[in-house]
Design a binder for this molecule. Sequence first.
Ligand code: HEC
Ligand code: HEC
Length: 483
Amino acid sequence: MTDQPITPPAAPAAAPGGKPGSPRWRYAAGGVLFVLLLAAGLAGFFLAYPAKAPDALGRAIEDITGANPHPVMLLRPSSQPLSALAQLGAQIFRDPALSASGRQSCASCHSPDRAFGPPNDHDVQIGGPGMTTEGVRPPPSLAYLYRQGPFTIGPAAGETDAVIPLDQLAQQAQGAPRASKSAGVSPAAAAMVPSGGLFWDGRDDTLMGQARGPMLNPAEMANSSMEAVAAKLARASYAGQFTPLFGKAVLHNPAMLFTEAMSALSRYQIEAAAFHRFDSKYDQWLEGKARLSHAEMRGLRLFNDPLKGNCAGCHLSQPTRDGLPPLFTDTEYEALGLPRNPRLAANRDPHYADMGLCGPYRTDLAKQTQYCGMFLTPTLRNAARRGVYFHNGVYHSLKQVLDFYNYRDVQPGRIYPHDGAGRIAKYNDLPARYHVNVDVADAPFDRKPGDQPALTDAESADIIAFIRTLDDADRRAGGASMR
Ligand code: HEC
Ligand code: HEC
């Protein structure tokens, strides 16, 4: 965009008289022309430097230029060379010799090339000693977990210091009204909502505690015991790197070796920049350094609009008050009532249901049936790079995801199969007695069959264009280098 030249018209000689064509009239016309040119010049200036425009102009400028009229400074985690422990973690993360099959490492299911999400478009990954056992949920991305707090049930994580046992908290929450969530609007009353934690059901709290899961999980790396893993670690090419950190004895102390390896894995995920780049086009846009296309800009507004997509009601899109970049999750749990995935081996058993917070993989909240069907809201950063979506891997494209949000209630026949009696089997992945837990309050889920869908197909496509701006810019970096 080039600036308009601001050339004040030559001031005509002042003279008495006001008839058209007279010197005085010409003087006035010159003034008008001056103002017009000045306006054109300012418009040009604001188009080139949108950040300097006053608020009222902001939206118009967004429309024309795609630039952010109110740029912010984002506080990114500082980037430092990996500590010795984290470097060790990077090697453990990629070492297939640590699995029972000898063919699977953490990176096999959490691919550095795909934001540490699944390496392929399969519904779930396989693992086990013979690499023939099917998993039950798709691997989440491991990126952007560094701010994930511990699992808790309450008004907001971290607001109270009191340590109240979870089952007690859950009981208090029973019968409390569910707060509905709208982008940009804080609910009037604090509802007791579960939030935080790792895995789709929040059953582990720390990256360190978490890593022991896949090492020993029979459907994953399938080691028979902690000692079996320690024996492999002691034989690894990088075994020598443990001794300067923990002393020679560590190689002969399986419990300690295993624990330190888990802590190395966790340091790697916390320290390595590849896990929290914050260099997407949208981050650049927030900082006033990139412009969104018309489709991306429309998509951003629909994503945020509480009456349209309302996606930002749960997938937060604004930086925090302290300037931390948005993670596109509020880290809370919701029951969305997804259709059952008939392709999953586990689902051949008609009595099997993955109910998230209330089981079967998480066991401590089994009696808190108000949570049956609830799963953690995942980040949407790098979502366009995934080939599989939701906790049961039922969808494989963002178009299918958008159709689910848009048509679940207004045209459920497009989303769910018909049952034996010819009725639409709504929420067919959850036992009927828990259907009341499914979110019917938040847009776009607040509609009835036959209502207008919240989004046109063109609007859904715009939201997808926006979600693509959430891909990390540096595709190679996660894969090629360890940082
Ligand atoms: C066979 C595939 C597979 C392997 C191998 C594997 N994972 Fe996972 N990972 C998964 C799946 C599936 C989940 C989700 C499980 C659930 O929610 O119940 C998961 C979840 C996680 C999570 C929680 C992510 C979140 O968003 O809450 C972390 C962290 C993680 N894995 C780290 C690791 C580490 C470290 C290793 C290596 C020691 C590893 N994984 C090996 C499949 C795998
Ligand atoms: C009421 C909260 C809520 C709203 C509103 C919401 N989501 Fe979600 N979203 C979730 C939860 C919870 C999940 C995980 C559900 C599951 O797997 O059972 C999810 C999962 C997703 C996923 C799958 C990500 C992955 O890694 O598998 C995508 C993509 C997504 N949402 C996009 C959107 C878009 C686009 C909108 C707006 C049209 C939206 N969401 C609105 C809560 C919400």
